[in-house]
Design a protein around this ligand. Structure first.
Ligand code: PMP
Length: 427
């Protein structure tokens, strides 16, 4: 029989340990915000494949677009033989990104690759080497991705040496006592102790840290970064791999910073193509044009099945007004979580940025005493009860929700009910 236990045993024997797994569950099929495992058990999916399924599993528009494309061609390599869906998607993403300047876009396959390429472009444009990232940030598992990532275990431990000239500043986080002024002071310290601004190619940040714990950079901070970048000719990169494609209530989270903090380059991936592998770098045309012909690309980059999927995602967002739904889902979840938090002191914080919603678990509600053990127990217990959750955070004490925006109110309520039960039982 195909049970989870038997398949997990095969998995352990055949795969390396470094391939982690949040839940010992093998999937059979999925639909919108529900998943069924190989044993026929149903789960509500609050993980969304780590922020990939803003439009849900198998969105009908996406399935239709991919099926049509399968009937035409599946691969040519865009750099060899081009196709219109790629260009159309670039045009659409250029138009949707903030900033009243000319923009260009191109496509890759993973978030890490988009980050790598944004750094390549910033270096080619500035002819400088250094890059500043932030503590607690996550930018991928490639060598530069790891270098930029601001969390050692498990992402960097044992994998060095990393590319040189990467520095980490503090990310503002009011909940843990890091003010915007503290974060800016840490940047000034890097300029004083490590590298002069004239050698810095780029500053890269997540508008809301994803793996780091769902902490948002206030607009005030982004505006200060923008000014610093303008002052010193540094490229500002917003890594919107997790926040992008409507998760935070706007198409891109950086839109919420306003016109005074428009990034030069933006990376996207995950929900951009609703479950097909696609990432993008979008940015200021003159910066994007810095690398010479052949310097950018990849064999699979911008695969046609993925580009038509992304166009279907854009269509779904417009037709079903999923940006409004993102804000609505955020409000519904926040209300539900606050009700649970009112009864459980261990939930020290409930925070949301559109439908990017998280709770932080601390003993006695004390921000200095993260409760990773309870977090892990709740995630495990919820899965047994039919709700798939993910944790995150530098101290592994944050439960994050990345449920499809297409989930019904009833399903959200059912999921919140399971979560509440777990706190009543374990909290
Ligand atoms: N940047 C951010 C902000 C991310 O959240 C992630 C993935 N969690 C990545 C980059 C890397 O994306 P991928 O796993 O597709 O390489």
């Amino acid at each position: 029989a195909r049970t989870n236990e038997i398949l997990m045993a095969r998995r352990r024997a055949a795969l390396p340990k470094g391939m982690g797994q949040s839940h010992e569950i093998f999937v059979d099929r999925a639909e919108n915000a529900e998943v069924w495992d190989v044993e026929g058990k149903r789960f509500i999916d609050f993980a969304g494949g780590i922020a990939v399924l803003n439009t849900g599993h198998r969105h009908p528009a996406l399935v239709q677009a991919v099926q049509q494309q399968l009937g035409r061609f599946t691969h040519t390599c865009f750099q060899v033989l081009a196709y219109e869906s790629y260009v159309e998607l670039a045009e659409r993403l250029n138009a949707k990104a903030p900033g009243d300047f000319a923009k260009k876009s191109f496509f890759l396959t993973t978030g890490a690759e988009a980050v790598e390429n944004a750094v390549k472009i910033a270096r080619a444009h500035t002819k400088r080497a250094a890059v500043i990232a932030f503590g607690g940030g996550f930018h991928g598992r490639t060598l530069m991705g790891m270098a930029l990532t601001g969390k050692v275990a498990p992402y960097k431990a044992g994998f060095g040496p990393f590319p040189a000239e990467v520095y980490h500043a503090k990310y503002p986080c009011a909940f843990h006592g890091v003010s915007v002024a503290d974060a800016l002071a840490s940047l000034e310290a890097i300029f004083k102790y490590d590298v002069e601004p004239a050698r810095v190619a780029a500053i890269i940040l997540e508008p809301v840290q994803g793996e780091g714990g769902f902490y948002a950079a206030p607009a005030e901070f982004a505006i200060a970064l923008r000014r610093l970048c303008d002052q010193h000719g540094i490229v500002l990169i917003a890594d919107e791999v997790q926040t992008g494609a409507g998760r935070t209530g706007t198409w891109l989270a950086c839109e919420q910073w306003g016109p005074e903090a428009v990034p030069d380059l933006i990376t996207m991936a995950k929900s951009l193509a609703g479950g097909m592998p696609l990432s993008a770098v979008i940015g200021r045309a003159e910066i994007m044009d810095a690398p010479g012909p052949g310097g950018l690309g990849g064999t699979y980059a911008g695969n046609p099945l993925a580009t038509v999927s992304a166009l279907a995602v854009l269509e779904a967002f417009e037709r079903d007004d999923l940006l409004a739904r993102s804000r609505q889902v955020g409000a519904l979840l926040t209300d539900g979580l606050k009700a649970i938090a009112a009864r459980h002191k261990v939930i020290a914080d409930v925070r949301s940025h559109g439908a990017m919603v998280a709770i932080e678990l601390c003993q006695d509600g004390d921000a200095h005493r993260p409760d990773a053990a309870l977090t892990s127990a709740i995630v495990k217990g919820a899965a047994q009860a039919g709700l798939i959750l993910l944790s995150c955070g530098v101290y592994a004490n944050v439960i994050r929700i990345l449920v499809p925006l297409t989930a019904s109110d009833a399903l959200l309520a059912e999921g919140l009910g399971i979560l509440a039960e777990q706190f009543d039982k374990l909290g």
